[in-house]
Design a protein around this ligand. Structure first.
Ligand code: NBP
Length: 483
């Protein structure tokens, strides 16, 4: 290679390989490196095959680093955790002051903050950049969430603006997120919201299949139809596709042969842990995580199903009008989704306040409109809600979302009640409804909980009719009252 590359990328598994090809395709000469050599050769071969893209492979870290123009920018896409530390160690030996390292993995945000500090001591700049969109997104346009050194962002901004997904009227799906580990944090919550979306869609499927008795062909039609309206999204689109796929190894549809045990890699769990840390209610996202845990207990569920078979209300006791059910489930899914996004956005805002990141929620909704797994027409409405009021306490009280929820309330309640009566669990939809019903009520039974706390622990309480902190000798008074 005669001239130096504009950028380097280390880590050539699914994400790294595809992002490197995307960068090369946009006209930025790129050097690539991977711990094991075979992936380098594979990537170079793909670059040749996909149009002689300006991508150059290196088998040793030194020649890789020396092939990049200064200040050097290197994106790492390796497994999160210690592989990132190992890669930094390997590469930083050859890096010089002013060079930038960008971690594009799903990293825990505090690891990024630790590494940013360590990099600064070596005179290096550091970014933690969430990359969403899986293999296809990385290759053709992901949603990018870079956070950390603004100077590092500026070195690579022109590249990111070109490789990110491009959305008409709202631009490339990338923005500088904020300081420290904010890029990783936002990506983590994005994944938590993704868990919620997938859970809600699976519940819609379960109700339509188990109560409405829809066939896979009908489910394909319903989800395809939904994907033309307010639910238009990547996840609804792929769901429709899944119902159309026949099994290539046996009779029937493939979806019916897939074992009902959901895997996970940890970002959903981190999201729920962070919600608890920050005292932010995120029941829809938490229910999606719990459902994954319970799905993992396949053997126990098989035994329990035998034991409890008789206590489940039988299907013939549940009367349903198919057409009405399909429409009700669509509305329940949409209303639940509003609650789930409200929780995710509130979590991001709370962390932003704690860390003084100054995150702009509307801008996050904008960069999630394309490229990423949760991309949906719905995100445009969220962006508009925060454009109308950037201090919005909760998406539920945005006037447009409020009226949409009110319109869908009856259908939402019908679906949850129907599912309960049919013995079909819909934790995402039910807990979203409970979130709404709790948030919208002026008075809650929390007065009783507070009284109990004061009774047994002298924790004190506030009163509704006068300021101050009060304690009552409940036990003594109860004794007198009951004498
Ligand atoms: P993986 O997460 O499967 O990681 C594989 C890569 O890490 C390979 O290049 C491997 O090198 C390298 N690696 C490992 Br493992 N240990 C290493 C070490 N000690 N030193 C140096 N390199 C090491 O790859 P991926 O699925 O492409 O994901 C990359 C990142 O992007 C992850 O953080 C992931 O969570 C995130 N992400 C993935 C997706 C997705 O759809 N897959 C989507 C969004 C974000 P080797 O070839 O020598 O073993």
């Amino acid at each position: 290679m005669a001239t130096l590359s504009r950028i380097g990328l280390a880590g050539l598994a699914v994400m790294g390989q595809n992002l490197a090809l995307n960068i090369a395709e946009k006209g930025f000469p790129i050097s690539v490196y991977n711990r094991s050599s075979s992936k380098v050769d594979e990537t170079v071969a793909r670059a040749k095959q996909e149009g002689n893209l300006p991508l150059y492979g290196f088998h040793d870290p030194e020649s890789f680093i020396l092939s990049i123009q200064k200040p050097r920018v290197i994106i790492m896409l390796v497994k999160a955790g210690s592989p990132v530390d190992d890669t930094i160690k390997t590469l930083s030996v050859y890096l010089e002051q002013g060079d930038c390292i960008i971690d594009g993995g799903n990293e825990w945000y505090e690891n990024t903050e630790r590494r940013e500090k360590a990099a600064a001591e070596l005179g290096l700049l550091y970014l933690g950049m969430g990359v969403s969109g899986g293999e296809e997104g990385a290759r053709n346009g992901p949603s990018l969430m870079p956070g950390g050194s603004f100077e590092a962002y500026k070195h690579i901004e022109d590249i990111l603006l070109k490789v990110a997904a491009q959305i008409e009227d709202s631009g490339p799906c990338v923005t500088y997120i904020g300081k420290g580990g904010s890029g990783n944090f936002v990506k983590m919550v994005h994944n938590g919201i993704e868990y919620g979306d997938m859970q809600l869609i699976s519940e819609a499927y379960d109700v339509l299949k188990s109560v409405g008795k829809l066939s896979n062909e009908e489910l394909h039609q319903v989800f395809s139809e939904w994907n033309k309206g307010e639910l238009l999204s990547f996840l609804v689109e792929i769901t429709a596709d899944i119902f159309s796929i026949k099994d290539d190894k046996a009779e029937g549809h493939l979806v019916d042969k897939v074992l009902d045990k959901t895997g996970m890699k940890g970002t959903g769990k981190w999201t729920v842990q962070q919600a608890a840390e920050l005292s932010i209610a995120a029941p829809t996202i938490a229910s999606s995580l719990d459902s994954r845990f319970l799905s993992g207990l396949k053997e126990e569920r098989v035994l329990a199903a035998k034991l409890f078979d008789e206590v489940i209300i039988t299907d013939d006791q549940v009367f349903v009008d198919k057409k009405q059910l399909i429409d009700d489930v669509r509305q329940a899914l949409y209303a639940s989704k509003i609650c789930s996004y409200a929780q995710g956005m509130n979590l991001i805002r709370s962390k932003s306040e704690e860390k003084n990141w100054g995150l702009k929620l509307g801008e996050l909704a904008r960069i999630w409109k394309g490229g990423c797994i949760i991309r949906a027409i719905f995100l445009d409405r969220i962006k508009k809600a925060y454009d109308r009021n950037s201090d919005l306490a909760n998406l539920l009280v945005d006037p447009e979302f409020a009226s949409e929820i009110v319109e869908r309330q009856a259908a939402w309640r019908r679906v949850v009640c129907l599912a309960i009566n049919a013995g079909i669990s819909t934790p995402g939809m039910a807990t979203s409804l409970a979130y709404f019903d709790t948030y919208r009520r002026e008075s809650l039974p929390a007065n009783l909980v507070q009284a109990q706390r004061d009774y047994f622990g002298a924790h004190t309480y506030e009163r509704t009719d006068m300021p101050g902190s009060f304690h009552t000798e409940w036990f003594k008074l109860a004794k007198q009252a009951n004498m």
